[in-house]
Ligand binder design. Structure first.
Ligand SMILES: [Fe+2]
Length: 303
């Protein structure tokens, strides 16, 4: 009798937890961050950092929520990849971002732009990364997504450097293809970031340390990345348990320094912003103590 009761309470708790985690995965939020980074006298620049939509054709609420982000009037959109979670999701992704595609933007891709998601053991995220990549799965129509972004005017930062004028400022960008897949071509974007730009930004999908190290060492003041999902399943008091890359869990999301122990102004150091992203693998659509997010980063003038 007692055992039956204990099993009953355990099952009810499990169902309640699963329900909570499924609801949190749909509790989209905008996180606002301010950072003093611009030349004195500049006006503030609002950067919308989008990442890890993992959208499917059926996720209309997520599509509508992303469409409404244009109401924040960002000056620039930075999309750090993992937009897709279904082979027919490109129109949904482009529809979700249609109002944002009218704005200046830059993008890089992640593994979930290139390859279809599969059913994974959720505990695999907590295991050490052994470098194995399941790239023998069907490809997603990433060329269509790239065409959709690029034809709207967003700059493709796949192993490239680009310049963009935003709000009267000259912004220099360095980007790499997805480091989680080993697609990053760091030699192609090596060398000092241009010192005649107003701000230098490094962009990548997965925040692997080799990429962060090169960006920081070559003079980028701000690095933007996604991929971690903020840990996705976090302990309320302790935070993330894993990042699915070699970045330590303490920097799984939010604004930090790189190297972690550096201070602003240290040579070879940078700000690092990691987005917890808006989605999950569609087969594991749950989050705990880590709401899905887009970030509005307001860059402020020095002084
Ligand atoms: Fe992702």
């Amino acid at each position: 009798m007692l055992l039956t009761r204990i099993l009953g309470v355990g099952a009810a708790t499990g169902v309640a937890l699963a329900g909570y985690a499924a609801a949190e995965a749909r509790a989209y939020t905008v996180r606002e961050v301010a950072l003093t980074l611009l030349p004195a006298g500049s006006r503030p620049v609002k950067v919308l950092h989008l990442s890890d939509l993992h959208i499917t054709p059926g996720q209309q609420r997520k599509r509508d929520w992303v469409r409404d982000l244009a109401a924040w009037s960002p000056d620039l959109v930075v999309n750090t990849g993992d937009n897709l979670a279904h082979r027919r999701a490109v129109p949904t992704a482009l529809d979700a971002m249609a109002p944002l595609l009218d704005l200046p933007g830059v993008f890089v891709f992640g593994s979930n732009d290139y390859f279809e998601p599969g059913l994974r053991n959720p505990l695999a995220y907590l295991a050490p990364d052994r470098g194995k990549r399941h790239v023998d799965v069907p490809q997603l129509p990433w060329r269509d997504l790239r065409y959709g972004f690029a034809s709207a005017g967003w700059l493709d930062l796949t192993n490239r450097r680009e310049r963009l004028r935003v709000a009267g400022l000259d912004l220099a960008f360095t980007g790499v293809d997805d480091p989680h897949l080993g697609y990053d071509d760091l030699p192609a974007v090596a060398g000092p970031a241009p010192d005649d730009a107003d701000v230098r930004l490094g962009v990548a999908h997965a925040p692997y340390l080799r990429v962060l190290d090169q960006y920081a060492a070559t003079g980028h003041e701000l690095i933007l990345a996604g991929h971690t999902h903020g840990g996705q399943v976090c302990l309320p008091a302790l935070g993330a348990l894993a990042t699915n890359c070699d970045l330590e869990p303490a920097r799984a999301k939010g604004l930090h320094r790189h190297p972690a122990d550096s201070r602003e102004g240290d040579p070879g150091s940078s700000w690092l912003h990691v987005s917890a992203g808006l989605g999950t693998n569609p087969y594991l659509r749950f989050r705990v103590a880590c709401r899905p997010e887009a970030t509005l980063l307001t860059l402020l003038p020095r002084g």
